[in-house]
Design a protein around this ligand. Structure first.
Ligand SMILES: [Zn+2]
Length: 102
């Protein structure tokens, strides 16, 4: 199943709000998005039972430096800690939302 967003609102230090084409609105706090980064590096950390973010010695302050559409299927986010390899697929975001993460 694919679902597309019709509106994306980014408040850099607070939350990303996505309105999907079926009128479902999902708000994701930026810290939650950063901690759940879907890139291979962060997934590897989580698979080893480590916390992907914040890493030891890192602060908890995080904000979106830059975000752009990655083709039709997701959102690339560059974070204030320099991390920029995560691509958040719409289907994944929607799944988090439907799973109660909104
Ligand atoms: Zn990552």
């Amino acid at each position: 199943m694919s679902i597309s967003p019709v509106d994306i609102d980014i408040v850099r230090d607070t939350a990303v709000t996505i309105t999907f084409e079926d009128d479902v609105v999902c708000t994701f706090p930026v810290a939650s998005l950063r901690a759940a980064c879907p890139c291979a590096g962060c997934q590897g950390l989580r698979e080893r039972g480590e916390i992907a973010w914040p890493r030891p010695g890192q602060g908890h302050d995080i904000s979106v430096v830059h975000a752009e559409l990655n083709g039709a299927w997701g959102l690339s986010i560059e974070w204030s800690d320099g991390h920029n390899t995560g691509i958040y697929a719409w289907t994944v975001l929607r799944g988090w939302c439907d799973g109660g993460a909104r």
